[in-house]
Write a protein that binds this ligand. Structure first.
Ligand SMILES: [Zn+2]
Length: 77
């Protein structure tokens, strides 16, 4: 159903941008690294920093975000 033009090459339509911003703020999507989540980790991604939580899934307390390199070591390949 989404036949919007993805190649934003001089498209005069600005409504799509508003819709995108509105969608992001209303849905509040939680980002999870799937390759890390597959190993039984929380895998929550801290979007501002791009770090990933490598604690066990449903761990108590707050997330412990680590850098991309540490996340790669834990992620399945
Ligand atoms: Zn976590």
């Amino acid at each position: 159903m989404n036949s919007q033009d993805h190649s934003a090459s001089g498209s005069p339509q600005q409504t799509s941008r508003e819709q995108a911003a509105q969608d992001q703020s209303s849905t509040h999507v939680t980002h999870v690294r799937e390759d890390v989540a597959m190993t039984g980790r929380c895998a929550n991604v801290h979007l501002p920093t791009g770090r990933t939580c490598t604690l066990p899934v449903r761990h108590p307390g707050s997330c412990n975000f680590v850098g991309p390199e540490d996340a790669e070591n834990i992620a399945m390949h």
